[in-house]
Ligand binder design. Structure first.
Ligand code: ATP
Length: 336
């Protein structure tokens, strides 16, 4: 799906400076493209947002994370101007999205979870049609190349696979060269290779200076792409910051190995015996903020007693670990 040539051509045509690396360049600070203060949303029977406050800086990729029903889509729909909030202040590119003008809308790109592009048009025709709504659209050819849809250019949207439909959704969201791009679960339904290609495309778009708000349930996606993430549960923001900071605040590295046959955790050397965590079983988990001293103790003990520490691993915590702790959800792999 990535097509750096197309992205470079676009970077040269936008007013944003083009970046040179696909990797996140750290959290950019400076002017806020989006400001949200005490945002509230009350549906008929439910308080969906209970007072969110955050900023998204220009050129930043900001990921909104949270369990199903946490309020991510509601937040994004308010930022996009599709939904009227019931309280708080919101500014996107200097305007209140609910009251914003057509020219403001032309500066915003939206990739929704479900879209319905024209069923009777081919992919290329569809891109051409949407391009007609903007004064300086991306050429359909660039968008096809960028999203890896060249081979499907002549197919109708109804003939596309689920993943190909998402690529078309992304291409349509990019048509007007948006300054702020909203991506709502952009890689759902992608096969692993297509997802990695999509990540390259999104990272390259960020490097053109586009401000991107991403919602996703793939923690690896957020960890890889986002400058900063915000975690929402039950309509409240519980943590925000660069992925590395959230991980460091929330989770520690752990040493794991399989307990040698015939031993229990009581047979482990100190301080390993005192620090064992996790469910009882043959797999031992030892939280270890700096793993090396603990590894030495274990290695000496195993050497002297002639034990084999099978499956020995030092596991670096991921954003998923931090997220699961913050949201109180359980990792299905370690759930009893
Ligand atoms: P998901 O990850 O499943 O997409 P989400 O974090 O995007 O979830 P929202 O779709 O924003 O969550 O929903 C937040 C809460 O608001 C949920 O409890 C949902 O049932 C409720 N809600 C969303 N849209 C409406 C609506 N139009 N009318 C009433 N309640 C709604």
């Amino acid at each position: 799906m990535a097509a750096p040539a197309a992205i470079r051509s676009v970077a040269g045509m936008t007013e944003h400076p083009a970046g040179s690396s696909l990797a996140p360049a750290g959290p950019p600070q400076g002017e806020a493209a989006i400001s949200v203060s005490d945002l509230r949303m009350h549906y008929a029977e439910r308080e969906a947002l209970t007072g969110l406050s955050f900023e998204v800086f220009r050129g930043e990729l900001f990921a909104l994370l949270g369990p199903n029903g946490a309020g991510k889509t509601t937040t994004v729909e308010i930022l996009e101007g599709y939904r009227c909030r019931t309280g708080g202040q919101v500014s996107v590119l200097g305007a209140d999205p609910w009251l914003a003008s057509r020219s403001w809308r032309a500066r915003i790109g939206v990739m929704l979870q479900e879209t319905g592009p024209e069923p009777d048009l081919s992919v290329a025709e569809c891109l051409g049609l949407y391009g007609g709504y903007y004064s300086h659209p991306w050429p359909a050819g660039d968008l096809l190349e960028l999203t890896g849809l060249d081979a499907q250019a002549g197919l109708r949207a109804t003939q596309l696979s689920g993943g190909q439909r998402r690529k078309l959704d992304l291409a349509l969201a990019l048509t007007g060269r948006p300054q702020v791009l909203f991506l709502d679960e952009p890689t759902t339904g992608f096969d692993p290779a297509a997802r990695r290609d999509a990540w390259d495309t999104i990272a390259a778009l960020k490097n053109t200076g586009t401000t991107i708000v991403l919602t996703t349930h793939y923690m690896e996606e957020a960890e890889r792409l986002a400058d900063r993430v915000a975690v929402i549960t039950a309509g409240a923001l519980v943590s925000q910051g660069p992925p590395g900071s959230l991980i460091a605040r929330q989770a520690t590295p752990a040493i794991t190995f399989t307990l040698p046959a015939g031993l229990t955790t009581e047979d482990l050397p100190e301080p390993a015996r005192r620090t064992v965590s996790g469910p009882p079983g043959r797999t031992v988990t030892l939280p270890a903020p700096s793993p090396l001293p603990m590894l030495r103790i274990l290695a000496d003990w195993a050497d002297q007693a002639g034990h084999d520490l099978r499956d020995l691993e030092v596991r670096r915590p991921t954003l998923e670990d931090a997220y699961l702790q913050l949201t109180g959800e359980t990792d299905p792999e370690t759930a009893p």
